[in-house]
Design a protein around this ligand. Structure first.
Ligand code: PCA
Length: 204
């Protein structure tokens, strides 16, 4: 079994994005699943194009995207993606859609079809704070959460996709007083635990 794991390039004036830094450091095999790592741009449609090309190339069973959620204090396994692009800031190529559908022919939302609760439980078993989140926002991360799930529904039936949001790294909050952070090592361990839960669930 194969899991494609994506991380984003930096955006919003940050020099680093913990998502791609953590994804790069994941082991190549977790619980018998081959882990394929991919960097995706923080640019509206380009993200999905890149994911689609990788799905064509590697034929993964599961696609998990990871994104930075500055201000959140724990690892968040997302439950849903919603059919709207409403960007609070421009993406890396200046796109800033307001209340536009991601796919006008698609449903309002999708439940992401990975074992969200089992992923959270396994992260917490490692003594790492994690919880289920019911919103991936309305920026590029939700675009990927909804868009990948929609892609599966229309083009790759039988596959699964999920989304995980992670906090800032400590070095990103040096001048952001009171904003939570999590070390890279802890994030990598947490992501590996989430992927292990997926491998276990699917191999059942
Ligand atoms: N986080 C952004 C997009 C890229 C990323 O890492 C988001 O939460 O939408």
């Amino acid at each position: 079994m194969k899991i494609l794991v994506t991380g984003f390039e930096p955006f919003g004036g940050e020099k680093i994005n913990p998502s791609i830094e953590a994804v790069k450091r994941l082991p190549d095999n977790i619980g018998g699943a081959e882990i394929i790592k991919l960097e995706i741009p923080t640019v509206r449609w380009k993200t999905l194009k890149k994911i689609d090309q990788a799905v064509e190339k590697y034929n993964p069973d599961v696609i998990i995207s990871v994104g930075q959620a500055g201000g959140r204090s724990d690892i968040n396994v997302e439950r849903v993606g919603i059919n709207v692009d409403d960007f609070r800031i421009e993406d890396n190529e200046g796109n800033q859609p307001c209340d536009e559908p991601i796919d006008a022919a698609g449903p309002d939302g999708y439940f992401l079809n990975v074992p969200v609760k089992a992923m959270v439980d396994n992260i917490r078993k490692h003594q790492i704070p994690a919880s289920v989140s019911d919103t991936a926002g309305t920026y590029v991360c939700n675009h990927v959460a909804y868009g990948t799930r929609r892609m599966i529904e229309t083009k790759y039936p039988g596959k699964r996709s999920g989304f995980i949001h992670i906090p800032y790294l400590p070095q990103q909050v040096m001048d952001k007083k009171g904003v939570p952070s999590m070390s890279l090592q802890v994030v990598v361990e947490g992501l590996a635990a989430a992927l292990e839960a997926i491998a276990e669930e699917i191999n059942k």
